[in-house]
Every structure is written in structure tokens, then in C-alpha cells.
Design a protein around this ligand. Structure first.
Ligand code: SAH
Length: 247
């Protein structure tokens, strides 16, 4: 494959090689350098070749990785910058484009889409996202909690199916509890909720429960939570949100 761009920003899907697009597969095999979070470099290691340079850093070092990838691309290397899921969804595409724009860096960039955790989680749960939905990250590291709460309230009031990312960590426990309270003000306690941990990875776990019974302690940072809308129901162990067809 002829690589005609300098930097490829690639979503590698939720965490196994089968969920990576064919294009991402080919590009990852061809570039000179792959930059990513340690764990995700591990995920795609099988695809790499000896002469490729791998550059990884730990959690919260996103800007370091972006600077490295953009810098190497500007210096003439063919570079892949990887994110889990899709790189344009709370991933590396945003900060990379921001840095390139701010410093007027003359490189050609292509984003290669990936399967998001929301889509992978929805697939194992059945068809929960069959109507209008939103994704809200409960992480208040880069976004003030008040703003997140405002969006949660708006989503709950407007009856959006709501997917929660970054729902709960050892240091951030109250956010999910507050979210549950907000939704209980606008939605029935029996509203179906799907909880999927490590989707597409070793140790994948899923649980179908209700809004009032949501087991907070089962949820961690590797979990995606999907709250149904007022029409969502559970049948034959699947979460289904009707689209409106006459069945
Ligand atoms: N770019 C990613 C999202 C990154 S935000 C995407 O498009 O999917 C990180 C959050 O995504 C995690 O806190 C978790 O809520 C969710 N997530 C990522 N990978 C996951 C997986 N394999 N299983 C379940 N949830 C996952």
C-alpha cells in the first residue's frame, strides 16, 4: 500500500485485532513509527514489523504522544498515532489537529475510523442505540463537573438513550451515583441499563440491569454503561430500543 500521508491517526477499535479496519491494519503494517499508549501498542504488536519504531507512554501522557507523533511526521517519517475505539471520540485526533493548527505545521493527515466502545458495547447488549442517543464522559479532569451535570440533566429530560464513558474510578465514585439520581428524576426506575466491561478484550463481562438497581461498585474505568430511553425494554436477554417499525 502506498502511504501518501505523513500522519495517520488510527482508531484501533475496542481492543482486539479482529475489530480493526482493514485499512488501519494495512497502514499500521507500513508506517515507520507507531505512537500510542502502552497498552494499545501491546494490542497491535502482532501487526508490527521489526524495523518499525514503537513509541509508547503511560496514562495522562497524551500530549507527549501527540507532540512526538506530529514532530516525527514533520521530520519526514510516516507515522501512525493510535487511540482505542475511534480516535475522534475522546481520542488523539482532536489534540493532534489542535497542535498542528496552532503551530501551522505543514503535514498531511488522515484519520482512520475505528469501532467505538459504545458501538461494541451496544452490539453485545442487543440493539439499545436504535434511537437518538448521546455519549457523555463522566470524567471531570478536563471538563468541570457542573457542565457534565448540566448535560446529564438535559439528556435525561430529553429522553436520549445515554452512553456513559469514564463512568467510575477508584478516585471518582460520586459521579456515577449522581448520574443515577439525575436520571431517576426523569426516567422510570425500571429503565434497562447495560453494563459492559472490557468489551472485545480478555475478561469481557456484561450485565443487564435497571436504573434503580445499577450496581455502582461493579463499574470501573474499563466499563461502558448504556441507559435506555423510556421505550427501551429487555427481551430474551437483549436490550432493545424500538425504532418505531410495526412488527
Ligand atoms: N476513543 C474511545 C473512548 C475513549 S474514552 C472510543 O471511541 O471508544 C475511555 C472510556 O471508553 C473508558 O473509560 C470506558 O468507559 C470506554 N471504553 C474504552 N474501551 C472499552 C472497552 N474495551 N470496554 C468497555 N468500555 C470501554
Amino acid at each position: 500500500m502506498q502511504l501518501n500521508k505523513d500522519l495517520y491517526i488510527i482508531g484501533i477499535g475496542p481492543g482486539n485485532l479482529a475489530d480493526i479496519s482493514r485499512k488501519a491494519y494495512q497502514v499500521l503494517n507500513e508506517v515507520d513509527v507507531i505512537v500510542g499508549y502502552k497498552k494499545y501498542i501491546e494490542c497491535i504488536k502482532e501487526l508490527t514489523r521489526e524495523k518499525q519504531q514503537l513509541y509508547s507512554t503511560g496514562m495522562r501522557k497524551e500530549m507527549e504522544r501527540v507532540e512526538k507523533a506530529v514532530g516525527l511526521a514533520a521530520a519526514g517519517k510516516k507515522v501512525a498515532l493510535i487511540s482505542s475505539g475511534d480516535a475522534g471520540v475522546y481520542g488523539m485526533a482532536g489534540p493532534a489537529f489542535e497542535l498542528i493548527a496552532k503551530n501551522d505545521i505543514a503535514i498531511e493527515v488522515e484519520v482512520i475510523a475505528g469501532i467505538t466502545a459504545a458501538n461494541a458495547a451496544a452490539a453485545v447488549l442487543g440493539a439499545p442505540l436504535m434511537h437518538d442517543y448521546v455519549v457523555i464522559s463522566l470524567s471531570d479532569i478536563l471538563t468541570p463537573w457542573d457542565q457534565i451535570k448540566k448535560r446529564l440533566k438535559a439528556a435525561a429530560e430529553a429522553d436520549f438513550i445515554t452512553t456513559l464513558y469514564n463512568p467510575r474510578s477508584s478516585r471518582r465514585k460520586m459521579q456515577l451515583q449522581e448520574t443515577q439520581k439525575i436520571f431517576l428524576k426523569h426516567r422510570s426506575p425500571d429503565t434497562p441499563v447495560g453494563i459492559v466491561k472490557s468489551v472485545g478484550r480478555d475478561g469481557e463481562e456484561l450485565m443487564i440491569t435497571t436504573l434503580s438497581e445499577l450496581p455502582l461498585e461493579k463499574v470501573d474505568m474499563l466499563t461502558t454503561v448504556i441507559i435506555g430511553n423510556s421505550n427501551t425494554y429487555v427481551a430474551a436477554n437483549k436490550i432493545i430500543t424500538p425504532r418505531g417499525y410495526k412488527i
